[in-house]
Structures are given as C-alpha cells and as structure tokens.
Ligand binder design. Structure first.
Ligand SMILES: [Zn+2]
Length: 308
C-alpha cells in the first residue's frame, strides 16, 4: 500500500499548478527568486551524494569521504595548520565545479523565464551555477559568497580578486598530492597574508558580509517593489538553506498587499511545505507547491517563453 502511494505520488501531475505559476510570473511586477541546493542537485551537483566525490575527488573518495558536503565542512575554515590541505581542496573545487561544471538546464530555463522581467535572486549555493547562467550580477545576492573570488584571510580590506588565472599554477604545484605548496598559496597584495575563497560556509546571519553590495541591492529591490504584485519563487530550498536564508529583511514581503508564493522542490527535506518566509505561510490561497523533479518542472514552467 505504501509502495503504491509512493508510486502514485511520483507520477502526480502538476500541469495545472505549473500553468498557474507561469501565469503569476508573467503577470507579476517583480519576482524574488530564492535558490537552494535542490536546484543544483537536480542538475547533477548534489553535494550530499557520493557521485561528485567519486568523479572529481577520487583520492578523497578512497580515503572514505562520500559527499562534497563532508569535505566542505572539513575545509570550512583555513588555519595555519591546514592551509596547504585547505587550498588543495578548494583550488580543485573552484576549478572543476565552480568554473568547469556544465550549466544545468534548470538554471537555463530560469534565465529564460526571467529575461526582460524585474527579478532578484538570493542563493545559498556556491557552485557557480547562478553566475554561469548569465543573470545580471547586480541582481544576485549569494548569501554564502562566491568561491571564484578570493579575499584576504585577515580581512584587511574588502577587495575581492578573481581566482581563475591562479588556479592552474596552484593545482600544478600539488603534483598529484592533496596539499598545495606553501609558496603557491595566493597572498593578499595589501598585507601579505593568505588569500582564501570568498565563501562563508557557516553562514550564520550575523557573519554574512556584503563586500560586493549584494545585500544592499536586495534591500533596494524589496523597497522598490514592496507595494506591487510580487511572486516569490522558491527553487529547491531545503531546511539548511532556509536557516541560512532567514534573513533580516525577508519578512517585509508579508506586508505587501499582493504576494504570491511558488514553491518548487523535490526533496523530502523541505520543511513539509513551509516557506522560509513566515508571513508567506499565511497566504495559503496564493501559494502553489510543486513537488517533482526540478529540471522537469523548470522545463515545463519555461515552456512557451521565447528567449530573446
Ligand atoms: Zn590583507
């Protein structure tokens, strides 16, 4: 019986909900998009599964690591002791995942949906997919930062440096090992201390910086549109994303006269349909929940939208 229920659920038809969601998006004055780990996972970048470690980080796989999440927790912070191993992991992650991993279809469809629309994207993902998709940089707030950029480990100044040119030299210095040579670790041009990727893996709200003014841009977006017709589009938000997205200013949306919420997820870990936005949870009539493969859902949502 349970099996049959599951089978039925798997094939549940969301055509009606997706059509309605598309209509909302087309009629909205502005769309606030919240992207969590589920959208990347649907495109093959699942940091909880072993496939990526097996394929891109084989030596760690042999050591027993089974997810990128585990590795990122291990290298969440650089210390004097782990600096060489820390950079050994991150240099490869930045190159292979953030720069080289192919852009997945869910993001392509989202770009098509947002073209010529008023939108803003908040994401907890650090895998570079949002940036690769070609959304305007001043319409993205990456809560956990952007690992393609480097910052001073001592925070001597807020400047961020692109890492692309440095990566090959760093990786080459490893000579097949897991550690970078100390003299190849990039250094801050101002104070001479090590540079580190511009990411905040803990991502406690208090620790989130705004070196590139993204949070300020998000606040301006809310301010500009708060009395208009808004669609909140949540894509693949899991509970861990939600904790990190419980931002200081989100609730302001709940005060607007017209907020519609579209939740798309295929994870068991989605807080039983609760939105990260407490006020939006009260808008039951104006909420659509779509629980199916996200790439398929995005493809259906964007169908009929002509990309210019
Ligand atoms: Zn510095």
């Amino acid at each position: 019986m349970v099996f049959l229920e599951k089978l039925f659920k798997k094939h549940e038809d969301y055509t009606e909900q997706i059509t309605k969601a598309r209509q909302w998006i087309l009629e909205a004055d502005a769309i606030a998009v919240y992207i969590g780990s589920g959208l990347s996972a649907a495109g093959g970048l699942d940091d909880k599964k072993s496939r990526l470690v097996k394929e891109y980080f084989r030596d760690y796989y042999r050591m027993g690591y089974r997810s990128l999440k585990e590795l990122q927790e291990m290298y969440a912070h650089m210390t004097e002791q782990n600096a060489k191993a820390y950079w050994g992991y991150w240099a490869r992650y930045i190159k292979e995942i953030a720069y080289q991993f192919e852009l997945s279809n869910g993001y392509k469809d989202l770009l098509r949906l947002m073209r010529n629309r008023e939108y803003f994207i908040c994401t907890t993902n650090i895998d570079g997919q949002v940036q690769k998709a070609g959304f305007e940089a001043n319409r993205i707030w990456s809560l956990k930062g952007d690992c393609r950029f480097l910052k001073c480990s001592q925070a001597c100044c807020p400047k961020a440096y692109e890492s692309k040119e440095l990566l090959d030299g760093i990786i080459k210095s490893m000579g097949g090992n897991l550690e970078v040579q100390a003299n190849k670790i990039p250094r801050c041009p101002h104070c001479g201390m090590y540079l580190i990727p511009d990411v905040e893996m803990d991502c406690l709200v208090e620790s989130i910086g705004d070196s590139q003014g993204q949070l300020e841009a998000y606040k301006r977006f809310i301010e500009k549109h708060k009395n208009e017709k808004i669609v909140l589009l949540e894509l693949g938000i899991e509970s861990r994303d939600l904790i990190q997205m419980a931002s200081r200013d989100d609730r302001v949306w709940g005060e607007t006269s017209c907020v519609q919420l579209v939740k798309m997820n295929n994870s068991k870990d989605d807080l039983k349909g609760e939105s990260y936005n407490e006020s939006a949870n009260k808008l039951k009539d104006e909420m659509i929940s779509i629980k199916m493969d996200l790439e398929e859902a995005m493809s259906q949502l964007a169908s009929g939208i002509i990309s210019m």
